[in-house]
Design a binder for this molecule. Structure first.
Ligand code: FES
Ligand code: MG
Length: 564
């Protein structure tokens, strides 16, 4: 058997009873009650963060994955110790899972520190879980590997292939437009989320899993194996084996992996994926924790020469299982190699360039991935905008927007969070045209915990006329599975006096994506006067929501708590 660590993790950090010998004695006494003897406890101890929850259907298959990781840890001579943290399921968490991302990051970081372990494997998957776990990892000195549950498989309804949740939105849009009746939309519901696993498209979960792999915090090939596949379980075993090796190699902290070149590679891959706008917020937060000074604009400049290369919804046509069958993220990296920093070293301990050298050239059957020479779309899948409506920045996913709206000037139609927005937009008496710019305010981090409400519904009467996209502008986020010409994350947000708060119905707003501008076309004096007249916002009175509202950073800085 491999040599044991100099001092067992079980003894190294101790509960403070004022008597260290007694603390050690008690630990082994209580662990003996769970069947552990000294042979177990003197091995490298690997904590495994488990986020199984009945409220998180994406993680339903996690018990099988956990068993795989445990087996890998045992095979390598380590001792797996499971521990729970908060689990954030995207769909059932109110008002938005984003409000709790930082809480989960804090929970995870503190448990990694508080519990005796030499290294950790963090099991996640659904949208906010992976960012929270990356933030926690970036904040600890113990070696950490992430492992995700993997994407769901697609379903099928009346000959249509379906997968959450771009298709959920498309079908709902058809229902609102009168194309699908109540019985049909209900029948389709049973096939939209066909299996366990994370959303089937390049939404936030898939994007963050992919970028975790690129950053080197997950072993290669980990982002794409479907939740129900043997490949997923085998990857879990590899992860369990590798974390024990990492501990034996001396246990380098995640900050050694989370370098600036690693983030720059992640930004380039994000562009090639046409990934989620949420990734900008999450990567900024992780980088900040890792001590990397990353600016919002760099998501545009660093990726300026990277076209859209992966054909997944909502930017393209296919699903995560197709990307997996096309070789997954390693195959994407292989195509992009000429644009990447190949000297980065992730959890494998091997340079990226050496990992990619072993991969075959692209084959015809790798249909989800294109080449740099014949990409699916131009560079700039994610654009960072500035202008009088968002002096500190805003974001748009151009790869999922409508080209005819890339340059558009139209009158504002303003709604605020807390209003019955659908009722307002669907009211047949509401005077609104396809030319209008829909403005949603008070949905930023401070105001509302930063919900995914930015992709406002197309007003019903316009939807029935066949309008499927309009320019929408907000301080909210949108789901990574959404699409449309939607300007997001306007900073400063309305609740802290950002210019969005000054917009009135009928004001002209100009979107100019090629010029990277979003402007409110009123004169500066009027803008200042309106902002001066705004009422104060009352923050939440107590608890986590108060701490969050009082300390959350703007979206343009990652929306972490300012003291983390
Ligand atoms: Fe969990 Fe989409 S709802 S990944
Ligand atoms: Mg989502």
């Amino acid at each position: 058997m491999a040599p044991k660590p100099a001092e067992s993790a079980i003894d190294r950090s101790r509960t403070s009873y004022g008597d260290e010998g007694f603390s050690r004695y008690l630990r082994r006494a209580f662990l003996a009650s769970a069947g552990y003897d000294d042979v177990d406890l003197d091995r490298p101890v690997i904590g495994i963060a488990v986020t199984k929850s009945d409220y998180n259907t994406c993680h339903r298959d996690m018990p099988a994955l956990l068993e795989s990781v445990r087996r890998g840890v045992l095979e390598a001579g380590g001792l797996p110790m499971e521990f729970p943290t908060i689990s954030l399921g995207e769909i059932l968490t109110s008002p938005t899972s984003m409000l709790f991302r930082n809480l989960m990051a804090m929970d995870t970081e503190e448990m990694i520190e508080a519990l005796p372990m030499n290294g950790a494997v963090l099991l996640g998957g659904c949208d906010k879980t992976v960012p929270a776990q990356l933030m926690a990892a970036a904040s600890t000195d113990k070696p950490v590997l992430l492992e995700v549950v993997g994407p769901m498989l697609t379903g099928s309804w009346r000959g249509q292939r379906l997968g959450a949740c771009t298709d959920c939105r498309r079908l709902w849009g058809d229902h609102r437009g009168g194309v699908l009746d109540a019985a049909e939309i209900t029948e389709a519901r049973g096939e939209l989320v066909a299996t366990a696993g994370t959303c089937a498209v390049m939404g936030t979960a898939s994007t963050m899993a992919s970028l975790t792999e690129v950053l080197g915090m997950m072993l290669p090939g980990g982002a794409t194996p479907p939740a129900s596949s043997g490949a997923r379980l085998r990857h879990g075993v590899l992860t369990g084996r590798r974390i024990v090796e990492m501990v034996r190699e001396g246990g380098a902290p995640p900050r050694d992996i989370l370098t600036r070149p690693a983030f720059e590679n992640a930004i380039k891959v994000l562009a090639a994926l046409g990934g989620s706008t949420n990734a900008l917020v999450h990567l900024l937060a992780v980088a900040r924790r890792a001590g990397i000074d990353l600016a919002l604009e760099e998501f545009d400049t660093v990726a300026a020469d990277v076209p859209l290369m992966v054909d997944l919804k909502p930017s393209g046509q296919l699903y995560m299982e197709d990307l997996h069958r096309s070789g997954g993220i390693p195959a994407v990296l292989k195509q992009l190699a000429g644009r990447l920093d190949l000297t980065t070293v992730g959890a494998t301990g091997t340079r990226l360039g050496d990992l990619l050298a072993d991969l075959p050239e692209r084959q015809e059957w790798q249909t989800a991935i294109t080449t740099l020479e014949e990409p699916l779309g131009p560079p700039g899948a994610l654009a960072v905008l500035k202008g009088s409506l968002a002096p500190n920045g805003a974001v748009i996913k151009t790869s999922a927007a409508s080209p005819h709206l890339f340059q558009h000037t139209g009158p504002a139609f303003v709604v605020d969070a807390g209003q019955d927005i659908t009722a307002i937009l669907d009211d047949p008496d509401t005077e609104i045209t396809a030319e209008h710019v829909l403005v949603l305010r008070y949905s930023g981090p401070v105001a509302a915990g930063f919900p995914e409400s930015g992709a406002l519904p197309i007003p019903a009467k316009l939807a029935r006329q066949g309008v499927r996209d309009m320019v929408r502008v907000s301080d909210a986020r949108m789901s990574g599975t959404s699409y449309g010409t939607v300007v997001l994350h306007c900073a400063p947000e309305a609740a802290v006096g950002g210019p969005l708060a000054a917009v009135q119905n009928g004001d002209l707003i100009r979107l100019d994506i090629p010029a990277r501008r979003i402007d409110l076309l009123i004169d500066e004096t009027t803008l200042e006067q309106r902002l001066a007249d705004l009422p104060e916002i009352t923050p939440p009175a107590r608890g986590w929501r108060r701490l969050y509202a009082e300390t959350v950073l703007p979206a343009s800085q990652g929306a972490d708590l300012d003291f983390m």
